[in-house]
Each structure stands twice: as structure tokens, then as C-alpha cells.
Ligand binder design. Sequence first.
Ligand code: ADP
Length: 228
Amino acid sequence: MARIKVKLVSWDEIVDWAWNLAKIIKNDGYKPDVIVALARGGYVPARLLCDFLDVENLLSIQSQHWTEAAKAEEKAIIKFPYTVDLHNYRVLVVDDIVDTGDTLKLARDFVAENWKPKELKTAALQWISPVAKFKPDYYYIEVKDWTWFQYPWTRLEDTYQFIKRMMTETYKETGKREWSYKEIIDGFKEWYGIDVGDRYYKDALNILIEKQFIKYDEANDKYVLLTM
Ligand code: ADP
């Protein structure tokens, strides 16, 4: 049994989901003049929607989570709050998934207030309905059971963070510090129920070495947990 629910999403599925999302937007009669990609997750979906909806203008806005010191809560902020004049344009703000919904809502409000478009709508490939505080105007998949979607554009980042979490938790439970490559791969597949392939595992381990979370012990052919 996997420890967290993860679904590995392929590039082909992304194209298919974006194509279907475009159809929903088109059937509703909305024709945006400008698409705004919500960085970073919205980039690929936004670019595909430009293609499928025949939109030439693509802008971006980045939102980021800010952990307030001394506070457990996390707050989303607009990272580079620049202003453009969009009062003559119909706008569509695009993200990959709406989970809590904080970031897409924040981006929508920021664009409405500062870029003042003629019309403004939001779209995401997926919407996690039981947890989201914000529902996008358009979505293709309604997710009813919370899942981590391992998108192709975060594969390496997710892989190293997943390995890090597995090693940290295992250390807390058992005190284990040393892992062979095979133990890491077998553990990863068991913990997360997916297989991302050797090149991602190898690059992820190298990143964790660079970050000085683990070191490679050549004599024993083992990866050793350094911190904690
Ligand atoms: P929050 O504001 O709490 O981060 P959002 O719903 O705004 O929640 O999600 C922000 C970004 O984090 C998403 O655009 C996506 O890139 C990533 N993300 C959040 N939840 C998931 C998930 N369940 N699976 C994959 N990526 C996710």
C-alpha cells in the first residue's frame, strides 16, 4: 500500500486534458485575447490552450508560498507584481490544478484589480472539489479523492522530495541511515506507488548529494543520510 496517493501523469494525458478543456471553453463561447499562465504549474497547460484556442498573447504571473516566520500558516503572494493595461482584452488565467485554490484566487484578484481586463475567467486542468475554496470557471477533471498528481514538468523535483521524505520518515521510525540504490528504488515504488525510471532516480540522488542531505559512500556503495 502506498503511503500517499500519487498518480503519474504522462505528457499524452496532459495534451488530452488540455484539448478537452479547450473544447469546454469554446463550447461556452468564451474567446480570450490573452492567456495568463500562472507560474510555474500553469505554463504547459496555458501554452497548449493558446494552441487549441488559437490565442496569440501569452503572459505570465508567478505566485509563491510565503512561510511567515513564527507562524505555522502559509500565505500565497504575487512574486513580481508588475502592471500591464488589459482594459481592451478578454483574459483567461490558467493553472494546472486547483488544490486549496489560494494561488489561483490570488492571481485572479490581482489581475482584476491591477490589469483591469474587459472580461476575466479562470481555467485549470483539474479541480480538487472537496478541498478547494475556489472553483475555476473552467476545468476538465473534478478530483474527488485528494491525490498528488505527478506532472511531467515536476518529475525531478517531486522525485527528490519524495526520496527525502521517505528517508527522513524511515530514519525517525527506525534510525536507518544507509540505503543501497536498490533499497531506495524499491522503497520509492512502495511508498508512492509509481516508478519514474532510472534517470530521474539518479539525478534526484545527485541533487540530494549537492544539497548535502545525503552523501555517497563509495566503499560500501551506499547512500548515507547526513542531516538530523
Ligand atoms: P496552494 O495555494 O495551497 O498551493 P493551489 O491549489 O493554489 O494550492 O496549488 C498551487 C500549485 O501547487 C498548483 O498550481 C500545482 O502546481 C501545485 N499543486 C498543488 N496541489 C497539487 C496536487 N495535488 N498535485 C500536483 N500538484 C499540486
